[in-house]
Design a protein around this ligand. Structure first.
Ligand SMILES: [Zn+2]
Length: 395
């Protein structure tokens, strides 16, 4: 394990002090280094959210919205309108303080336009219209090239290219300017989200050394009394997919290790983690058939579709005492939470009308309470208003 180094002058001063005090066999300098408490680095600006005094902090997780699916049909835009309705109803019923868009906001492989940000913007519109801040991570469908539907080649054999755009005009014949089949890269999508939605969007491009994996960042939830006093850290990681392999790399794991040591060196402040594609540990804890205790949930309709490969992030999180839960989407037919070692592995709930599966739509809610008596609770709110699968994640 790499040791965190204190400032050189402090080390020298302490080593000198030990010699002057007459110790015949002073301990080696690395022992001295271990004894020096490392002050936590502070997060600031748009990375900090604040709890309201006397109230819990509530997060709505919207997963797998898949805007732009079958964008060239009447059905596709109608599904997008349904997804907006689901999110709006849930936001109005729960009145959360924050929204997490947990990947697959758009079905980019169905979107033949130069910039899929207009669909991304539709997906975030319910939070934006209500002035609720949010953060987003990428799923495997957000950044993908267009896939030509095979039915376009039936009949005369030459597809009529119909590109949806703001004016809804056809781009067959001479009008090709609005069509693009390359997909919109993660960086462009995220830059557009951040630049067009400050200060509501708290999403970040993440450190450059991790690109093209983009949505890697951390937000701090602060005490109502002191913005410098963290109650919770929320980590967002890009689990890849689309134009990039479905992995969380060793570089991302190292970034998490370094960042968490900087801002939460003693692992005292609770931490929760969001990414899109489940890790293999989800397979280990997945319920067989029905969902029984200690797992909590309502649908278990498919097998876990895990990341292609893993490079250490799960070991790191499982060993770190402050990590309470991981939240993923990706599997639309799963909505359970199960314990894994000393943390919880949770699915969100399929929120969008886009994407496979007709299970009723809903959203996982997460509620953070108190500084002294920290608690983390979760439940699922359905579009018809029903609430189920309540679970305490902090015990
Ligand atoms: Zn999906």
């Amino acid at each position: 394990m790499e040791l965190r180094r204190p400032p050189v002058h402090l080390t020298i001063a302490l080593v000198c002090l030990l010699f002057v005090s007459g110790s015949a066999n002073p301990p080696p300098p690395y022992d001295v280094i271990e004894l020096i408490p490392t002050p936590a680095t502070r997060l600031h600006g748009s990375s900090v959210l604040r709890m309201q005094r006397g109230a819990p902090f509530k997060i709505a997780i919207f997963a797998d919205l898949h805007f732009g699916e079958a964008a060239w049909t009447d059905w596709g835009p109608a599904q997008d309108a349904n997804s907006v309705r689901v999110m709006s109803d849930i936001l109005d019923a729960e009145k959360p303080d924050f929204v997490v868009y947990l990947g697959d906001l758009v079905t980019a492989n169905n979107v033949p336009v130069a910039n899929a940000s207009s669909y991304w913007g539709q997906a975030t519109s319910p939070a934006r219209q209500r002035g609720i801040p949010w953060a987003s991570v990428f799923g495997n469908h957000d950044d993908m090239p267009f896939e030509w539907p095979i039915e376009w080649f039936s009949g005369p054999g030459i597809p009529e290219v119909r590109c949806p755009d703001e004016t809804n005009s056809s781009c067959s014949g001479e009008v090709h300017y609005s069509c693009s089949f390359k997909g919109t890269q993660r960086l462009v999508l995220m830059k557009n989200e951040v630049e067009q939605n400050a200060p509501l969007s708290r999403s970040k491009f993440g450190p450059k050394e991790l690109w093209p994996s983009i949505s890697n960042y951390v937000l701090q939830l602060s005490s109502p009394d002191d913005p410098k006093s963290p109650v919770l850290f929320m980590y967002f990681l890009d689990s890849g997919g689309g134009s990039y392999p479905e992995v969380i790399s060793r570089a991302q794991a190292k970034w998490f290790e370094r960042k968490s040591r900087e801002i939460n060196p003693e692992s005292k402040v609770p931490e929760i983690i969001f990414w899109h594609i489940p890790s293999k540990a989800y397979k280990e804890v997945a319920p067989w058939f029905g969902i029984r205790k200690p797992c909590v949930g309502s649908i278990n309709k498919e097998s876990v579709a895990a990341q292609e490969a893993e490079f250490g992030i799960m070991d790191m999180l499982a060993k770190r005492p402050s990590v309470k839960a991981i939240f993923v989407g990706h599997n639309h037919g799963l909505d359970w939470c199960c314990p894994y070692e000393k943390l919880w592995l949770c699915y969100a709930r399929h929120t969008g009308y886009g994407g496979y599966g007709n299970w009723a739509r809903g959203a996982r809610m997460v509620e953070v309470t108190g500084e002294q008596d920290f608690s983390l609770k979760s439940w699922i709110r359905m579009e018809d208003g029903k609430v189920h699968s309540e679970v305490v994640l902090s015990s």
